[in-house]
Write a protein that binds this ligand. Structure first.
Ligand code: ZN
Length: 133
């Protein structure tokens, strides 16, 4: 459920007590311009007005009506992933022919020349580029 914005009315009352939940208005406004917090659409207040100066979003209504009377709730993603120090490193080894191509690629890059590396699928063309990149 991390990162999702769910209508407060769709959540069981005991879950609403969870301190990790953040509650906010489904329709917000900046000055006289109203926006739907769920889909970000600007609301035409003349066409999408409800009684007592309330408004709804017609853009995302197929997912349930969001209006100025409702709140959304969300739980922030904790982002507690293991961070790799060098995520884009390759630990494989090249064959002698691949290594020769890789050295050619490095020289080509240094000299800013155009070079065609042509080989069958699975020959390791990408891996041969790594040192040059
Ligand atoms: Zn909307």
């Amino acid at each position: 459920m991390y990162g999702r914005q769910i209508s407060e009315s769709d959540i069981a009352k005991d879950i609403l007590k969870d301190s990790r939940l953040k509650k906010f208005a489904a329709i917000t406004h900046k000055g006289s311009v109203f926006y739907c917090a769920r889909c970000g659409s600007k609301i035409n207040i003349k066409e999408n007005q409800l009684p007592k100066n309330n408004y709804y979003c017609c853009v995302c209504i197929q997912m349930g009506r969001m209006d100025t009377l409702k709140n959304l709730v969300t739980v922030s993603e904790p982002n507690d992933f293991v961070k790799e120090i060098c995520p884009l490193s390759w630990k494989g080894t090249l064959t002698s022919l691949q290594l020769r191509c890789s050295k050619d690629i490095v020289e080509t890059f240094k000299e800013r020349r155009i070079h065609l590396l042509w080989a069958v699928t699975g020959a390791g063309k990408t891996e041969m580029l790594f040192k040059g990149i």
